[in-house]
Design a protein around this ligand. Structure first.
Ligand code: ZN
Length: 313
């Protein structure tokens, strides 16, 4: 089935409940809109929850229309790059390690969980895709539940860390999921959330220029799998609405693997543009800018650690 043909539903803002979306752009036939009250950018018409679940179940990790193409094969091929990212992740997680009990919601095939297990963490996962979660269980011998977090029926107050990496922007009901995470975290445990900073980001403006598009032409990624397009403020507001308070902010390098695997072409456009592209994509300007941006919190990945407020949500 094509993503554009999925059954649709119109929705109000998931953050403030306001229902007066302002259309910013039609992307692949889906309306990317902004809430005039709280500023959340979201799909004001989106695939129904049931239809999207079927897409993740069947083809998300192996067909490339919206999801990932050849997920396992890519991991095997670029294992060195992924493991470098995993080591950086472990280093950052250490300060919140506690007893090392960790859950990843949306763990896909379990590659990161496998790495964390090797670092002494006691790991579990939840994953909606039967194919991916089956691989995690059968090949990697991980403890992974197939389905939603709610359907896992986990006992309360048992995890030091719950991770959601590139997951929150996919959830139809982020509020109830955040509250369920609050319930299963130990007192003092942390939620780690990562999602792309897709819109109104400096890099988007720069790449728009380098790629010869006019500025203001947004290019939100992964529509309609992504239901929200967060910036720092709206992401933190979402966490607060789910009963959390942010305790640590990090800036990520989103798309690092994709850029190494499929670097943008440089032999295109005017001679001046080619020169810019050569400098930016091949001769290190992009890397220098990314490093500088991350130091001041402007990297293109939003990473937040948050603690559940007692009685919050
Ligand atoms: Zn709103």
């Amino acid at each position: 089935m094509k993503w554009s043909a999925l059954p649709r539903e119109k929705v109000a803002c998931a953050l403030c409940g306001s229902d007066s979306p302002i259309l910013l752009k039609q992307s692949r036939g889906w309306p990317v809109s902004k809430c005039p009250v709280c500023g959340l950018v979201y799909l004001s018409e989106r695939p129904t929850e049931a239809s999207l679940a079927s897409m993740y179940s069947n083809e998300y990790y192996d067909r490339a229309e919206v999801g990932y193409g050849g997920y396992v094969k890519n991991f095997e091929k670029y294992r060195g790059i992924f493991e470098g990212l995993f080591r950086a992740r472990v280093k950052s997680l250490e300060r919140f390690r506690g007893s090392g009990r960790l859950l990843e919601l949306g763990c896909a095939h379990g590659f990161l969980l496998d790495h964390l297990r090797g670092q002494g963490y006691s790991v579990s996962g939840v994953e909606v895709s039967p194919v991916a979660s089956g691989y995690a269980r059968d090949v990697l011998k991980l403890d992974v539940h197939t389905g939603s977090l709610e359907s896992a029926g986990l006992p309360g107050a048992q995890f030091d860390i719950v991770m959601m990496l590139d997951v929150l922007e996919h959830l139809h009901r982020p509020g109830p999921v955040l509250r369920e995470i609050g319930r299963i975290l130990k007192p003092g445990g942390v939620l780690l959330v990562q999602c792309p900073w897709e819109l109104s980001h400096w890099e988007e403006v720069m790449e728009t220029f380098l790629r010869g598009r006019k500025t203001g032409q947004m290019n939100p990624d992964a529509v309609p799998a992504h239901l929200y397009f967060f910036g720092p403020r709206t992401l933190e507001a979402m966490l607060v609405s789910g009963g959390f308070s942010v305790v640590r902010r990090e800036s990520g390098n989103y798309g690092a693997v994709r850029r190494k695997v499929t670097p943008p072409p440089i032999n295109t456009g005017s001679p001046l543009e080619r020169l810019f592209r050569l400098l930016y994509f091949r001769l290190g300007v992009q890397g220098i800018l990314y490093g500088a941006a991350r130091r001041v919190g402007w990297g293109n990945g939003l990473i937040r650690y948050a603690r559940c407020e007692p009685g919050g949500g």
